[in-house]
Design a protein around this ligand. Structure first.
Ligand code: SF4
Length: 448
């Protein structure tokens, strides 16, 4: 299937804002309705943190245990130090198994390593089979959200894409669009020589791999082709299947307000096909996770379940959408991961410090506090940061501020207007100091 490669057009940008806000608010409302029915919610959050903390503290041990268990049931486990290494491993498997068509499902990690570009460059036909991922593939956009990749597109946009790329009759009813997508995708599973999926949880004690979905496409991607490759970040390990329940409670509720996803797939063994036994490979990706695990303050970012709730509640995400961040992982958690996973990105200014993300996170990650610390260490925009620090210092010392008012007034009058206007941003006039100071003009109230 030809995949268009154009980037976001201005029209897409204009459409994105209301569609994202609407979808985020619907997901939040559904989450809230369900969480209110769960008196044990805080206990589950605490249990999830304890389990994740144990795994991240002993990652190598759990990885070794997982490897021996998966190899015991016939899979092969490969480790990738970074994105290019993961792509090289997958391309090697593609060549070895003579893969020309590949189906994919539910793998943000594959977006993180950028495998689609490598596969397409090698002449391999790649089809995303999760409906949301298929839609953004047709549009040529990166996913806009961790669990809702096409969140920025409304039903009219999707109808346009199906008419333009699949030459199907125009439908704008969501159920009809889903049917059209499913009918188009169904034959791709049987034509593919390889299926590539993500992993939600990997139980080290037994080697079970657990994958959640709502459409059944991941199940077909993992079982129909003769080769299955599962790609996961090393933080997806849990000690044992007995630890899974708490995550099954927290993740679907936080993501979509569901008690449980429609499908919970357990992979533990090789399938038999008419052509012979299926081959299975588990690729475990580091790509900065070891460095993050070694940082005592930021390692909590590896507790993340990728539910997307912190994106939904973030005012910056609601306003600007996922593409604003220019990274695979967006929203508050994307700001933290951007500092560690792959090429470093300083996104700390995309945070208002409102604190909502820390309150909603099912893994109890204090995102706000950690983003604040990252921001204090940031080296980008040094002039602006020095000015903000200076301004903050000044506003904490009313006497000093009052002493500097005459100097500010003098500067405002004596410097040419074009210079002060340029400093101020070039499109508005600089503020003129008033006779009353900032402190005197504040309404009376308690000191904060
Ligand atoms: S940081 Fe928390 S709220 Fe955000 S995606 Fe991860 S688990 Fe969900």
């Amino acid at each position: 299937m030809p995949v268009p490669s154009h980037s976001l057009s201005p029209r897409d940008g204009a459409n994105e804002i209301p569609a994202v806000r609407l979808a985020a608010q619907r997901a939040l409302a559904a989450r809230l309705r369900l969480v209110e029915e769960y008196p044990q919610w805080e206990i589950w959050r605490q249990q999830a943190r304890t389990i994740k903390s144990e795994v991240i503290s002993h990652l190598d041990e759990y990885l070794d245990r997982l490897r021996s268990q998966v190899e015991a049931w016939g899979g092969r486990v490969l480790r990738a130090a970074d994105g290019p290494a993961a792509c090289a491993l997958i391309m090697d498997l593609v060549r070895r198994h003579r893969v020309r068509r590949l189906v994919k499902a539910k793998s943000m990690t594959s977006e993180e390593v950028g495998i689609n570009a490598a596969l397409t460059a090698a002449g391999c036909q790649v089809t995303e089979t999760d409906l949301g991922e298929f839609i953004v593939q047709l549009a040529g956009h990166p996913p806009a959200h961790l669990t809702a990749p096409a969140m920025h597109l409304n039903r009219e946009d999707i109808a346009d894409l199906f008419v333009r790329h699949l030459h199907l009759p125009r439908q704008s009813d969501p159920a009809a669009l889903s049917r059209q997508g499913a009918e188009h995708l169904r034959p791709r599973f049987w034509e593919a020589q390889m299926g590539l999926t993500g992993v939600n949880f990997a139980a080290a004690a037994s080697g079970h791999l657990v994958m959640l979905e709502n459409e059944g496409n991941l199940r077909l991607t993992a079982t129909a082709p003769p080769v299955h490759v599962a790609l996961m970040g090393m933080e997806k390990i849990i000690p044992a299947l007995t630890d899974l329940e708490v995550f099954l409670r927290l993740l679907p509720a936080s993501a979509t307000g569901q008690r449980l996803t429609a499908y919970v797939n357990f992979i533990h063994g090789l399938k038999w096909h008419p052509q012979g036994q299926q081959a299975f490979y588990l690729i475990v990706l580091d790509n900065g996770r070891s460095r993050l695990a070694a940082d005592p303050f930021f390692r909590e970012a590896l507790y993340c379940l990728r539910c997307g709730a912190c994106l939904n509640i973030c005012p910056i995400f609601q306003l600007g959408g996922g593409h604003l961040y220019g990274r695979v992982y967006t929203g508050p958690i994307g700001i933290l991961l951007g500092e560690y996973l792959g090429e470093r990105a300083d996104l700390t200014d995309l945070c208002t410090q409102c604190g909502a993300c820390s309150q909603i996170c099912p893994a109890g990650i204090d995102l706000t506090e950690k983003i604040n610390l990252l921001r204090s260490r940031s080296r980008s925009h040094p002039g602006l940061r020095a000015a903000v620090r200076g301004g903050s210092l000044l506003l904490q010392h009313p006497r000093l501020y009052r002493c500097l008012i005459p100097l500010g007034r003098l500067l405002g009058r004596s410097l040419p207007r074009r210079i002060t206007a340029r400093w101020w941003g070039g499109h508005q006039s600089p503020p003129q100091p008033t006779r009353r100071s900032f402190f005197e003009s504040r309404p009376p109230g308690p000191r904060i």
